[in-house]
Design a protein around this ligand. Structure first.
Ligand code: NAI
Length: 406
């Protein structure tokens, strides 16, 4: 049975087909460990009345070995058809014309928002004193900016042509070393910015989050990052109407707190935002940013709460969502039954919440929280200074299944 969408409302049948990409490297270890936990949680929550039909689709090394293509069209078609999918990590092919399969997936499916919730689990070592104050969700633009891949290598005729155009036709005088410069182009559009802001505001309103921070480098790049800020504020004003609260209004008022029903839209220059991540994480709940800043912010904030092994993510388009673990293929531990499947399981927890099946999502989240609190975890999270047990990937999965069955 297919998940369908009508007027932005999802219809989820009892036995929905959900495509999955197993992923490369540790992908096979963590998928095998995770899918058992997903099925146990669905069974427990719905007593057999619901069951997910997992449908494997190929991408990455496995796809290349079986079909000769890194990202077969059939995979893109299946994700478009079934609307919701989940993936493990993919290796970056060396040569072959694809820079990154993840970037290709996002661009081909027009998955324009990369969403990363960042929350701390009790018991996870953190480099900050009060990791419990970190509770934010990052909305990173996924299809534009310097990531669009329009680049010309220094010394090539293409780079020379672009440099000549900029100097001769556009009057640019700022290219310090024209002969030896590579050139990259940074497209940032009002449409791309505004659809990202719409998705983030929908989320903020659904979660009841009263603050949103727009992160940009508009003090320097005025017509790309600066325009991002302007367009984002315009869109937020239009959507929120009288619920829109600017920083100025908030500061002028005598409010200690944001008034009920209003959303504070603030902005931070990217470098200052990195300070805030460390010093004032409580000030930020929903963070909205262009692609490159968002990339840095996502990993830096994941580090605050224990690193990539626990970081889930989702790539959101209009009606299509691809959930994913944020980490890579971890070739150093692939096939050794050592990997931590938590990021994939937490991505599935987000997926079930998105499908409005929160009983499943919560079970997955709580099982992981309990295993971490008990220090019965894989090697990357295990602390030798506390009681507990260091588990293999498959033993960790057994343990999570047993807790879900409790
Ligand atoms: P990585 O995330 O694969 O590994 C970084 C370190 O974290 C390694 O020491 C690894 O053992 C550890 N690690 C990562 N995930 C873990 C897990 N679940 N459990 C335990 N330890 C874990 O990043 P790296 O080494 O930069 O990239 C390796 C490959 O993965 C490259 O081909 C890269 O392009 C690809 N990659 C794919 C991503 C994706 O598909 N979303 C994201 C990042 C990298």
């Amino acid at each position: 049975q297919k998940i369908t969408i009508n007027n932005r409302v999802l219809n989820v049948p009892d036995n929905p087909v959900i495509p999955f990409i197993e992923g490369d490297g540790i992908g096979a270890d963590i998928w095998a460990a995770s899918v058992r936990v997903f099925d146990a949680a669905v069974e427990k929550a719905y007593n057999g009345q619901r069951k997910i039909e997992w449908k494997e689709v190929l991408a990455g090394q496995k796809a290349f070995d079986e079909t000769g293509e890194w990202l077969p069209q059939a995979t893109l078609d299946a994700i478009e058809e079934y609307l919701v999918a989940i993936k493990g990590p993919l290796t970056t092919p060396v040569g072959g014309g694809i820079r990154s399969l993840n970037v290709a997936l996002r661009q081909k499916l027009d998955l324009y928002a990369c969403v990363r919730p960042v929350r701390w689990f009790q018991g996870v070592p953190s480099p900050v004193k009060e990791p419990e104050n970190v509770n934010m969700t990052i909305y990173r633009e996924n299809t534009e900016d310097i990531y669009a891949g329009i680049e010309y290598l220094a010394g090539t005729p293409e780079a020379k042509k672009v440099v000549d155009f900029l100097i001769n036709d556009m009057g640019a005088t700022q290219i310090r070393f024209p002969e030896t410069s590579s050139i990259g182009v940074k497209p940032v559009s009002s449409e791309g910015t505004q659809r990202l802001v719409r998705a983030a505001i929908d989320y903020a309103l659904e979660q009841g989050s009263p603050t949103m921070t727009l992160v940009h480098k508009g003090n320097i790049m005025k017509f790309t990052e600066g325009a991002f800020l302007e367009w984002a504020v315009e869109e937020a004003k239009e959507i929120l109407g009288s619920a829109f609260l600017s920083r100025e209004e908030f500061m002028q008022g005598s409010h200690q707190q944001i008034p009920e029903g209003r959303v504070l839209i603030q902005d931070r220059i990217a470098d200052a935002m990195f300070q805030d991540l460390l010093l004032k994480p409580k000030d930020h709940e929903v963070i909205v940013s262009p692609n490159l800043n968002g990339d840095y912010l996502s990993d830096a904030s994941a580090a605050l709460v224990g690193g990539l092994g626990l970081a889930p993510g989702a790539n959101i388009g209009d009606g299509i969502v691809l959930f994913e673990a944020v980490h890579g293929t971890a070739p150093d531990i692939a096939g050794k039954d050592l990997a931590n499947p938590s990021a994939l399981i937490l991505s599935a927890s987000l997926m079930f919440d998105y499908l409005k099946l929160p009983h499943i999502g919560k079970r997955l989240h709580d099982a992981i929280a309990r295993a971490i609190a008990e220090n019965r975890v894989t090697g990357d999270l295990y602390s030798s200074t506390r009681a507990g047990e260091r588990l293999t990937c498959s033993a960790f999965s057994d343990y999570l299944c047993s807790m879900i069955d409790d």
